[in-house]
Design a protein around this ligand. Sequence first.
Ligand code: ME8
Length: 508
Amino acid sequence: MPKPFYITTPIYYVNDRPHIGHAYCTIVADAIARAHRLMGEEVFFLTGLDEHGQKVQQAAQAKGVTPQQFCDEMAPHWQELWPKLQISNTDLIRTTQPRHKRVVQTILQKLYDAGEIYTAEYEGWYSTRAEQFLTEKEMGPDGKFPAEYGEVTRLKEKNYFFKMSKYQNWLIDYIRNNPGFVYPDYRRNEILGFLQKPLGDLCISRPASRLAWGIPLPFDAGYVTYVWFDALTNYVTAAGYGTPEFERNWPADIHLIGKEILLFHAGYWPIMLKAAGIPLPKQIVAHGWWTRDGQKMSKSVGNVVDPVAIVEAWGADALRYYLLRELPIGSDGDWADTNFERRYNGELANDLGNLVNRSLSMIKRYCKGVLPEPTASDPLDDELRALAAATAKRFPDRIAKLELNPLLGDIWDFIRRCNQYVDQCAPWALAKDPSKAPRLGTVLYNLAESCRVISILLTPFLPTTAEKIRHQLGLGETPAVLDEAQMWGKLVSSRPLGEVAPLFPKKQ
Ligand code: ME8
């Protein structure tokens, strides 16, 4: 059996409420996953929840419940969001699951046995919020640690360290020799820049007396595992590490992450894998951050965009479209309600909605809802057909290069060309002259074919809309397949259309 295409999102902190940034990452991963399925590949699409650590322990204490109860109360906020956004993940890992604990402990033991882990007494500045020791690197010019680290206290304790520094040069060479490993290019340069400074060894333990909510070290029950070591390992747990499945699933093709956790994924993670003798993922893809009206989103400012509210008001596809269309993967984005509404009304309701609705309504009106036969062609038709084929042909390459937003641009160029074709051919005028009936039938057939091609190409991005178009075309039961976007003439004449209804009701 061929290896599935394996894509992951970060595992989100279970104690947060999901916002538009989390939705963005998961929607981008979903579009890529669905695009690979459309191309006929099996896809393993993983998302999940990061459930250990100080913050969860403290929040649970404050509520008077156990950390596990707290996680179980919070997890549904996430688990129930994904179906609302039409996310097609095939697994959702929670780091409190026994399967994960087992894998983290297996890998730690392996590293310990290989002499990759040692103990040392360490004294330093510890940030509870960041759950890490801070060094002078983090210190501001005023000699203080930035506010984002919260309260910082002096701590002295024995801990376990992973010999990360000895792999630093290997990692630099690896990233240099594998230019596609970190995407986009400017993030590769950023990580290479970061690796100019010594990485140091990684403290991978926390004394259980201070932090009990974690996975115990298999070789010392007095300690739990550092949350990031635990969290990163999720990607191999879900792939079935330690079982025959793992050979089939691993390595991951894409770890999609936000730019702020690049060092963990392109620095620590490859070294952890290398030391444990596990192959590296193929690509780390770092996307940008969303602000709202130019400001960082935060609960205290009260400007957080709630994805559920958007879906309830506008539908999941409208949200997906905006997030995917607004920026290329890597760039930062700014959420502005007016911009969202402009794209909804202009690109979804006017361009796409109108094309499908007027094309199919005319078939209902002029052809009694039965697909006409194309018998009288014109050079204009050839041009339309050629553009459909070219757009479909470019699809796999665009996906391989992660050019989702240019690909949506290609599809919209085609949609606009189709609308122009309607205006040029003016079916309503042809309908007035019975001698033009063959030409009218041909034009309407070509429009239906165009809608069919569009429905295929839109499947990864707007899955609900794509399916609605297919139902309206009378193709409700047939799955979308990319190859069929290049086969002009797949629609069978004399077959009835489904029920025609507006896709994106216009809103003022
Ligand atoms: O970092 N814009 O989890 P997290 C865009 N548990 N994306 C955003 C965003 C924004 N404003 N805010 C968050 C963690 N994200 C760790 C990860 S992985 C082994 C462990 C997205 O809940 C973005 O993808 O803070 C970012 O990387 C992720 O949420 C961080 O989620």
